[in-house]
Design a protein around this ligand. Sequence first.
Ligand SMILES: C=C(O[C@@H]1C=C(C(=O)O)C=C[C@H]1O)C(=O)O
Length: 166
Amino acid sequence: APKPPPLPTASPPAAQSCADSIAAALGRRFALMPEVAAAKRREGVALTDPAQEAKVLRQARTDATRQGLSAAAAEQLFAVLIDLSKAVQAQTPDGDATGPDLATLRRAVAAAGSTLLPEIHRCVPLLAGHPDTMAVALRHDLGPWLDAGQIETLLDALPPRAFPPR
Ligand SMILES: C=C(O[C@@H]1C=C(C(=O)O)C=C[C@H]1O)C(=O)O
């Protein structure tokens, strides 16, 4: 009998561009965190804001449900993003005497976050069967913000490891 063809190894372009756009949206969100840290210091606000976290998680569940994605997977992803975002803030050196205020920055954080779930929805079928594509994209785009262990944590909350095709 003929041997079955080998499993594909190279990422098709559609999977790669999907992973790149998710990584870019994540990068835009993390890139705001040094500014968030600076605004909190200026405004005398604590690193952790449980009410804001609850709002972000509630929004993630609502958006996911509206888009036909798993609310649990979306909440888990944003819980990981909150943890990692606080780690980035905690590592931000003292600085910036001026810059956008926290309320303005939170609107920008929400805008960056809101592009994620629609992208994930579009990408789930394309990333299925390509376990390394997202890893390569995150390592490429998130190096300025996250270390290797943090990138692994985030990969566990993204397709194709999370958000199974439905
Ligand atoms: C980004 C912030 O810092 C923390 C991280 C949050 C997030 O990643 O959405 C939300 C609340 C804070 O505990 C913030 O306060 O807005």
